[in-house]
Design a protein around this ligand. Sequence first.
Ligand code: FBP
Length: 549
Amino acid sequence: MKKSALQTARAAYRPKLPKALQGQVSVKEGAPTESVADQADIQKLFPNTYGMPVLSFEPSSETKNYPAITAGVILSGGQAPGGHNVIAGLFDGLKAVNPDSRLYGFLLGPAGLIEHNYIELTADIIDEYRNTGGFDIIGSGRTKLETVEQFDKGLEILKKLGIQALVIIGGDDSNTNACVLAEYYKKIDAGVQVIGCPKTIDGDLKNEMIETSFGFDTACKVYSEVIGNIQRDCNSAKKYWHFIKLMGRSASHIALECALQTQPNICIISEEVEEKNMSLDDVVKYIADIVAARAAEGNNFGTVLIPEGLIEFIPAMKKLIAELNDFLAHNGAEFAAVAKEEQRQYIIDHLTPENAAIYASLPEGVARQLSLDRDPHGNVQVSLIETEKLLSEMVGKKLADMKKAGEFKGKFSAQHHFFGYEGRCAAPSNFDADYCYSLGYTASVLIAEGKTGYMSSVRRTTLPAEEWIAGGVPVTMMMNMERRHGEMKPVIQKALVRLDAAPFRYFASQRDVWAKETCYVYPGPIQYFGPTEVCDPTTKTLVLEAEGK
Ligand code: FBP
């Protein structure tokens, strides 16, 4: 593989490890744990993996002789910077446990396990991918690992290859499934341990024991660099309002972190919109009022950050989407037969009056996206909705009305952006390179110690890496029961932005100043070489959370 000069230099980077992982490890067990909610239900569903203690690793002087381990690894779901370093850390950790250990990678996500597609990951392959972005070492996929048939099919290949432990690198759903798999293999005494690793740029897999999911740091830094560049452009030309949608699925963690890094004029937080029961018109008015206030001071420019899941959090839109999902699930064939130009009216005629009125008020493009693009479960794919265009169009209309009423005397011209895929495969920041390597290395120790149903956990991440605490957290501890596709299921609790937590509180205390004044911050690109204060800081979210505790 041909490398750029930066890639070559970066390949030589040695990720920093917590002290406990630098030599022999002793494992300290905490008290038995409980799930975050619905304890009786979760305990019943996970009789073999419920209640296990939190584990923390400490440096030890005692030399342990572990037998060689054969392990497998899977990358599951959306890409996130640092995945290759998790695998490198796992590989190096397994070799440190015993040099005869081996690692297999299942190809293109969980499907590789079910379909028996794999490669052996040797030192040559691992070295090619150290400190690089992407998941291309073995690829990723979104196949759900959830049925007993799949588990049994997987077990065939695990047995054939002599694999005694499987590491699943994924988000909340993949780790939930990893735990179901761990429980099943333990129940049937399959002799295969299952360990999870917390991945997702969305930042919504976090709790008391998992401070952050990997990839969030790098992705937010990449988006913030580009937002900063746009803000420079915006402040130079002084003629556009930039509407910037940011990935992140339901939670607004990415938008909030990027706002903390760049100080835009406006950042919408979906969780707040829901909490305040805001309508789409309320959101539009909030933006339009700031545009007008800036225009009154001669500033006909600005930036607006929008989380991709916003639409779902506007209570009235949520109701409309729910009715649309239901209606189209039952009348999809009839709808498809209606001529394209009549489809909008067809929907309006069939919705309840309240939802019909909202649907009729939407711009043509958005109305079409809501009626057409559905996922395999029949749901609207909200990430495909061009919320940035929807909002700017509606703000334009509102400002035209305000102009007539003499409440707006400026100009309004908009540009649109969507940042998501640009950051998911970026070369990991030092933080993600170190954090991911530590997560992988931690997984190797959990395997050597015979653990299953645990997730790698690395804490105190705002301190220098040497002082991080590595260990394991039982996956059942993070679970509660939620309704999914009409049935109550055990799932890892998703972390949305908490309005009472320090990152949001800080943002809320600053946003009126950022709205009025032009006090943009231009973070610039991620730096790999240079002083630690430039290269090593983590996200503002983590820092504020650590300070706010
Ligand atoms: P994961 O939750 O699997 O990590 O995926 C995150 C994400 O990047 C979301 O932010 C985004 O909505 C989604 O994946 C896009 O999915 P796809 O890669 O299938 O287009």
